[in-house]
Design a protein around this ligand. Sequence first.
Ligand SMILES: [Zn+2]
Length: 193
Amino acid sequence: MLAKLKAGNANFVARFSFVNVHSDSSYNYYDQIIRSGKDQHPMACVLTCMDSRVPPEIIFDEGIGNLFVLRVAGNIQDDDILGSIEYAVAEKNIKLIVVMGHTNCGAIAAAFGNVDSSAKELYELIAHVKRAKVPNDQPPYNATAKNNVALTMEDILQHSSTVKKKYDDKELMLVGALYNVSNGKVSWKDLDW
Ligand SMILES: [Zn+2]
């Protein structure tokens, strides 16, 4: 499954590398809708940022029905995110969770600035992200983005015994990733970031 995501991202990058050539998409959304209409069997769950440039279904070349996708600014873990992950793991037998940050993340940059505390929920969200700050990190703060992914992965394992048990029993992979908004490439924690 991880290999399929890697291959999908390679397809995605290759597709737009042909400048000014519109290659045929391998997607057939109609078929995907017909196939998934009665039930869904996604192969992985991706937690990533709300950033408009980071749509997992597109950047992994997966289309409709193949990925559970959770998106929240700064790809943090909270109770509702974790509940959704537990649904994916316990009810839908998902065996791969990807936590994916990205370059030039606004939530990460905000952690290095001042957020108006009158926007209470935003203030608390950025406070959550601030835990990941790498000292002396410089714009675009990609070292902090990576650390934030690692902390979210730790949070998931720490707060969900369901996920932790399957992870410890090697029934579940939990991997970190960083998406580059400038070139479309995903790099992988412990492999190539
Ligand atoms: Zn972001």
